[in-house]
Design a protein around this ligand. Sequence first.
Ligand code: MG
Length: 329
Amino acid sequence: MKVEIGHGSGGKLTRELIEKVFLKHFNAPELKPLQDSSYVPVNHKKIAITTDSYVIRPRFFPGGDIGKLSICGTVNDLTVSGAVPKYISVGFILEEGLPLEELEKIVESMAKTAKEAGVKVVTGDTKVVEKGRCDGVYINTTGVGEVVRELSPLSSEPGDVVIVSGYVGDHGTAISLAREAFEIETQVKSDCAPLNSLLLPLLEVEGLRWMRDPTRGGVATTLIEFSESSELGVRLYEEKIPIREEVQFISEMIGYDPLYLANEGKAVIVVSSKDAERALEILKSHPLGKDARIIGEVTEDFKGVRLITKIGGERRLELLEEDPLPRIC
Ligand code: MG
C-alpha cells in the first residue's frame, strides 16, 4: 500500500492512517482523545499543545494566504480546546527559486495575524529543498496555550444543542474558485480568521460542552467525529444551516456538498439547551459570530449524524472516502 491523496482528506483514509500507523507506535494517553490539541501537565499546570502543517494551493487567495492561515489554524485549534493561545513556532520548507518578496509577504501576513490574535512567534526553523521538490512553501506551526477549561465530547448529553458560528463552506469554495479558471463573478472569500476573541468568552458559559473548528472535512466530518467520541448522535436541520446562496450554487455546479467544505474561521459548538441562548448572545455580540445559529441537537436515539433535509427527508452523513479538494489548508 502507498500513501494516497485521500490520506490527507481528514476523512476515512486519514482515520485509517492514524489508527494503523500512528497510534500503533505513538501511544501516549494524552494523544488518545484525538482532539485538536492535547492537554499536557507542566509543573502541575495543564497546557494545551497543537501542531499543523500548511500546504495550501494557491498560496494567495481571496481572504488570505498560507501565512495567515498557518497562524489562524493553530490559534483556533488551541482556542476550541479551551485554551488561551500564547506561543507559536513556525517551520518553513522552502523551494529553491521562491521569490524572497513572496516569502516576505507571507511572513508579514503571519506577523500581522499573530499580533491580531495576541500570540507570539517565539521559535522557528527553515529548510530549503531543490527546485521541483516542493511547491514553493510549506509551513508548519505548533502552538502552546494556557488551559482555561478542558473540553471533551464526553461531557455532552442528549438534548444539548449544536451551534455554528456563521456561514459554512466559504473557504473551500473560495479556494476551488481561486484554483480553477471558472467564469464566475463572485464575492466569496475565505473566512480565514483567528477565533480566540470570539470563542474564549464562551468558556464562562457553564453548559458549554465542546467546540471544534470545522476545517478540512467541514461541518459534516467534525460532527461525525463528535458523534464517535461522545457515543451520541447528532440531528442536523438542513434549513437551519447558514450557507451563502453563492456557495450553494457553486457547490452544486462543481458537485461538492458544502457541509464537507473546509472553513477556516468558524466554530461548531455544543452547549446545553439551557445555556444555548446565552452562548448565542455572546457569539452574536462579536462581528465574527453575528450569523451564529442553532443547527441541530444531540440525541441518544441513534449514533452518527442525520441530516433532516429541507423537504423533510432524512440522510445519514458519512465520512468521505476521497478528498474532494486536496491541499485546502
Ligand atoms: Mg481544528
